[in-house]
Structure formats: C-alpha cells, structure tokens
Ligand binder design. Structure first.
Ligand SMILES: Cc1ncc(COP(=O)(O)O)c(C=O)c1O
Length: 386
C-alpha cells in the first residue's frame, strides 16, 4: 500500500540526513519554520515596539488556540509558557498544601521534573504519594486509583509514560479523582501529536505539554490547559504582571487577576519560541492525529516484531491500545549501542532503567525501522564492549 504521508518528507529537511527516529525527544524541524523565524526578525526590526500591539501581546493565547485544536480545548483555554516544568509549577501554585486535604498522587514513572516539583511541595505541607511501577513499563491502575482518597488534592499523572510509552487510563483516573473531590493534572507531552487527546472528553482539570517532540515545534513553547469553570477559583502564586486585570496600570498593590486565561501568565513571553512552534502545529493539524496514530500503531507493531525476531527484549507495551508512539528496546550495552547508532546517523536515545527509545513519526519510512534493527544487530555482533 503506498504511504501518502511520506509526501511530507520534503517538508522536513533533516529527514534526508539521518534515520530520524527520535520524535519522542525532538521532532524534525519543518522547512517553513525558517521563514517563520525570519518573519519574527523582520517584524522586530521593522515594527519594533508596535509589534506588541500588532500581535505579540496576544500570542500566548493565539498560539495556544492552535494547540487547543489538537488537544480538544476550547478557544482561549490554552496559554503558552516556556516549558512543562513551569506549567506544572503554575498548577501546583494554585493550591494550599497545608490543610487536611494535602495529598498529591502521582506515578513512579512520571517525568522527573514533575516529581521534583511534587517533592518541593512537601516543604509547604503536601504529602506526596508516588505509585511505583512493578515492571518498569506500566503503572498498576488499580493501585493508582486506590491511592486517590478524600485527602487527595491533586492527581498529577502522565498520559503516556516517557520511558516506556505506556498509555494511562486518564478517563478512569479523572473519574476517581473527581469522585473523591480531587483535581487532575495530566502531562500530555508524550501523547499530543501522536495519540489522540481530547482534554474535555478525558475530563481533566489541567493539561501540560510542550512542542519539542511530536508537535515538531522546537524548544520554548510549553502549553497549559485549565478547565474554564475553574478559572475564577484559581490564583496562581507563580504569577506576574501579564496576569493582572489591568497590566498597564502597573499597580503595586497585590495582584487582581484577569478574568480570562491571561491569569495563568507571568512576564514577557517567549515570542521567538512561539514563532518557531506554529508551523509544527499547523502541519500536525493538517495531517490529522488520527492518521498519525494509525501509522504509528502500524510502524511500532512492525518494530516490535522485528526486534523480537532479532531476540531483543521490548520494554514497551505489546498491546497497541496501551502503547504510545515509542518502542523501547533493552539490548545489552544499550548506552554504548546508542552512541554508536548516533555516530552512524540513526537518531535514537537511551534512558537508564529502560533502554533504547525508537520513535517513528508520520514521515518515517518502514525501511528505516528495518535498518535500525539491522544496525543494532550489527553493532552487537561486531563491537567488543568493555
Ligand atoms: C512526559 C514529559 N513531561 C515533561 C518533560 C519535560 O518538559 P520540559 O523540559 O518542557 O519541562 C518531558 C521531556 O522529556 C516529558 O517527556
């Protein structure tokens, strides 16, 4: 069957130079992103201070709307921030952690940045409950649900686990959390752009992600979704002048928050990061996440089959319904093998306790998957590891 998605390859110059299988970490740069960055430079140099009124001021919401279209959020419900770590800090700063309801429930395979933020909350009185993985791949849903009780304030979980690509059942987690009176923050970084996400159908209260990976948007463009009906009750302590109802009054009194999603902003936003990110969102929307997912399931299944035929241990779920876009292979001397793969222009990475992460995207060729498995076999067969 011809794969029409391969037509997109000409839009991504990096794909000709390597086997580009690192999309869980850094999606390829769209060709038109260079034009967008030039546009930014032109506007800065020609329009100067007027650029704020001509679009820059509104950019954290206007660009957020492009993300909103991908993750099922409504207009004006997504704001742009430098990265996920900041977004998660904003969420945590919306709550009081010294009351009886002071538990934050998470999973052991959550991205460490998020776990660091949770543990910092202990200094404010939070009790952190981190549900461990029993196999290094999945998180037992029954144990996670059981950890959420009437003293839980926030459940902060990943949608897709970064090391193994295991998909957590966010719907079930949100249902339990809400039944217990808790809020849910989902880190959708490893799902948005490759696994369909609809924040409203999943009924999460917050979602965070970034643009570096599946969205092909580059660094500096993290995003935060907050359920609209919660806005009036949330006053983040991580804040700044852009969150003020009248920012240009420069009022030195305690902040009066804006009624709209500007209330979640802080100071001057990363304008060039947002210029760079837009083309990736447009392309992902045009290709369609459903189409991306169908191809991803086919290719990751193929990769697992090839890996198993070669005797490699797979550290991602075998069931495609439970697996995001990455396949992790645990091969002997995985770190050294990864270094050699990179030297040979096979772009993958290695995570300790997991293995070599390999992630095709909508523009990947089947042939690249055959080649990477052959290359690992050849490295293992010919290199002496000390
Ligand atoms: C699931 C997940 N969350 C968060 C991060 C880190 O995000 P940031 O660097 O934007 O804080 C990563 C990056 O690798 C990730 O995979």
């Amino acid at each position: 069957m011809p794969d029409s998605l391969l037509d997109w390859r000409k839009e991504f110059p990096a794909l000709d130079k390597s086997a580009y299988l690192i999309n869980h970490s850094l999606g390829a740069m769209p060709r038109r992103t260079r034009d967008r960055l030039n546009e930014y430079a032109d506007i800065w140099s020609t329009r100067s201070i007027r650029a704020w009124e001509e679009g820059w001021w509104e950019m954290p919401i206007a660009v957020g709307n492009l993300i909103g279209g991908i993750i099922g959020a409504g207009e004006g419900e997504v704001t742009m921030h430098p990265n996920v770590s900041v977004c998660q800090s904003i969420i945590a700063s919306c709550f009081e952690w010294n009351g009886k309801r002071n538990k934050i429930v998470s999973e052991g395979l959550n991205f460490p940045s998020n776990l660091y933020i949770h543990h910092q909350l202990e200094k404010l009185g939070a009790r952190v409950v981190t549900v461990p993985s029993e196999d290094g791949i999945t998180i037992p849903l029954d144990k996670l649900l059981a950890a959420i009780d009437g003293e839980t304030l926030l459940v902060s979980v990943s949608h897709v686990i970064f090391k193994s690509a295991y998909i957590q059942d966010l719907r079930a987690i949100a249902e339990r959390a809400h039944a217990m009176g808790a809020r849910v923050a989902a880190d959708i970084y490893q799902s948005a752009g490759t696994v369909p996400v609809n924040v409203r159908e999943l009924d999460v209260d917050f979602a965070t992600g970034g643009s570096v990976k599946w969205l092909c948007g580059g660094p500096g463009a993290g995003y935060l979704y907050v359920r609209r009906d919660l806005w009036p009750s949330l006053e983040p302590r991580v804040t700044g002048w852009m969150a003020h109802r009248h920012p240009f009054a420069f009022d030195p009194e305690p902040i009066e928050f804006a009624d709209n999603a500007f209330r979640f902003l802080q100071g001057t936003p990363n304008i060039p990061g947002m210029y760079a990110a837009r083309s990736g969102y447009e392309i992902i929307s045009e290709v369609g996440v459903e189409n991306i997912r169908a191809k991803s399931i086919r290719q990751t299944s193929m990769l697992i089959e090839l890996a198993e035929e070669n005797g490699f241990s797979v550290r991602s779920p075998k069931d495609p319904a439970q697996r995001g876009g990455t396949v992790t292979l645990d091969v002997p001397n995985g770190y050294e093998v990864t270094q050699e793969l990179l030297r040979r222009d096979f772009l993958v990475d290695y995570r300790p306790g997991a293995g070599i992460r390999i992630a095709p995207h909508f523009y990947s060729k089947d042939e690249e998957l055959e080649l990477v498995v052959e290359e690992i076999q050849s490295i293992l067969g010919t290199r002496v590891f000390t």
